[in-house]
Design a protein around this ligand. Structure first.
Ligand SMILES: *Cc1c(COP(=O)(O)O)cnc(C)c1O
Length: 453
């Protein structure tokens, strides 16, 4: 029996899979401040034309440019593993597989889209990209991708992570990017937040506001987003396409697929290529896993909301905790976003995607068990999927069900060791579900005329 299931470089997918082609209902449109759907023009101040086309395309397959596949070759295809030692430790009849996206140079799935976005911006004559980063995974991925195509990269990093993850900062600097702790005094958005909350630890939403403001104000500068948007999820579908081929090689097909869900990109990346089968009648359960302290899919409202804290982005229909919601300082920085991808949200709303929330301590317990059995130390974000898989594998033991479980190991935790230190020292705790803060933040949802279904 195989442990690593490997593909050849020639097997790197040639096309991205666009889930919009198979959704039972058309995707909800992004809305402008007047409550009307925004056209491509509204996005052209910050995105290149090709990415805007992908954002709105209903074509099922979209060709991956050769220049992009050439860079992906540096680490793709990523290996699929059978987690035999974890299965043994759990004494489960379930088969557990995981796709290892930690093998990219930045250590996560994020370079899959960073490379594509840098390419299309370069093609459009752009000189500089601005972006936000939470845990530093996205900023380092874009810094890497910018370097590959000769673009300057300016990163607004959530302040708490800037302080907690100095080595992510060092990586970005090594790849030639500039990094600022957000909120900064470089933008109106940042100054406004600092006036109201001088000790703000920052949030992804605030950092997005800063990066968007700067990109909108300069012609040679665009903005790049690491998650949430349709084109980002599109670029991540190489994960699921490869995983499908790899499972075919060993004659397997998953009953359930799990991925951590922050903005939804690695979840969409691994799950959507299997959604194509689900839409055609195949039984497969797709489970997005989020933290109980930032529970957008499980406790949020399905409504139009801003993607950022200040309200600069178009309105997206999504499960949201309110754009003003600032989650507790949990150690899975990549999962501290108030909303979710519109595509994942719509499919969840229609009952085609499931969601599960797990508390922080359970995720670190899962991460440590995974490290001690499979060897790889997972990113705190990825431990959410592992915790959910462990719950399911235990259920399989109780019921004697030999299910096939697949999850996405979205990244490694080599830059998160201070979080592991704190967990091992017994210093971490579960945050209560922040009911009051969510209620307050949801009261500030924008009022939209567009029909809310
Ligand atoms: C950013 C990140 C996530 C969450 O982002 P998604 O867009 O939901 O995928 C999960 N895992 C890792 C390792 C990350 O860096």
């Amino acid at each position: 029996m195989k442990t690593k299931i490997l593909l050849k470089e020639a097997d790197i997918p040639t096309h991205w899979y666009n889930v919009m082609a198979d959704m039972p209902n058309p995707p909800t449109p992004p809305l402008g401040p007047d409550g009307n759907p925004v056209g491509p023009e509204a996005l052209s101040a910050i995105f290149p034309e090709e990415l805007i086309k992908q954002e709105m395309s209903a074509e099922r397959w979209i060709k991956i440019p050769d220049e992009v596949r050439d860079v992906l070759r540096l680490w793709r295809p990523s290996p699929l593993y059978r987690a035999r030692r974890l299965e043994q430790a759990l004494n489960t009849p379930a088969k557990i597989y995981y796709k290892n996206e930690a093998v990219s140079p930045a250590g996560s799935h994020k370079p899959n889209t960073a490379v594509a976005q840098a390419y299309y911006n370069k093609q459009a004559g752009i000189k500089r990209l601005t972006t936000e980063t939470g845990a530093g995974q996205w900023g380092s991925s874009l810094a890497l991708a910018g370097q590959m195509f000769g673009l300057e990269v300016e990163v607004y990093m959530v302040k708490i992570s800037y302080e907690q993850k100095p080595y992510r900062r060092s990586m970005m600097h090594t790849w030639g990017a500039s990094v600022y702790p957000s909120p900064t005094d470089r933008t109106n958005a940042g100054r406004q937040i600092l006036e109201q909350h001088p000790n703000s630890q920052g949030s992804l939403g605030i950092a997005i506001s800063e990066a968007v403001e700067l990109a909108a104000g300069r012609d040679d500068t665009n903005y790049a987003l690491g998650s949430v948007l349709n084109h980002v999820l599109l670029h991540q579908t190489v994960i699921g396409e490869e995983a499908k081929k790899q499972l075919e090689l060993v004659g397997d097909y998953p009953d359930m697929i799990f991925a951590p869900c922050g903005g939804g990109s690695n979840f969409g990346g691994i799950a959507f290529p299997f959604f194509a089968d689900k839409a055609a009648g195949q039984e497969v359960q797709l489970v997005a896993v989020e933290p109980t302290s930032c529970p957008s899919l499980t406790k949020g409202l399905y409504a139009y909301d801003f993607g950022d804290a200040i309200g600069l982005t178009p309105l997206l229909k999504m499960y949201t905790l309110g754009h003003n919601f600032v989650p507790p300082g949990i150690h899975a920085g990549g999962l501290r976003y108030h909303g979710d991808s519109a595509l994942v949200s719509q499919l969840h709303h229609e009952g085609l995607v499931d969601a599960l929330a797990v508390p922080q301590l359970e995720t670190f317990e899962a991460g440590v068990l995974f490290a001690r059995t499979e060897g790889i130390i997972p990113a705190p974000e990825a431990t959410h999927a592992i915790a959910a898989v462990i719950r399911e594998a235990k259920r399989c033991s109780e019921r004697g069900e030999p299910k096939t479980l697949l999850f996405n190991l979205s990244g490694h935790g080599h830059f998160d060791m201070s979080s592991y230190d704190r967990f091992l020292a017994g210093e971490l705790r579960d945050y209560d579900y922040p009911e009051e803060a969510i209620k307050e933040s949801l009261a500030d949802l924008p009022q939209v005329k567009f029909p809310q279904n």
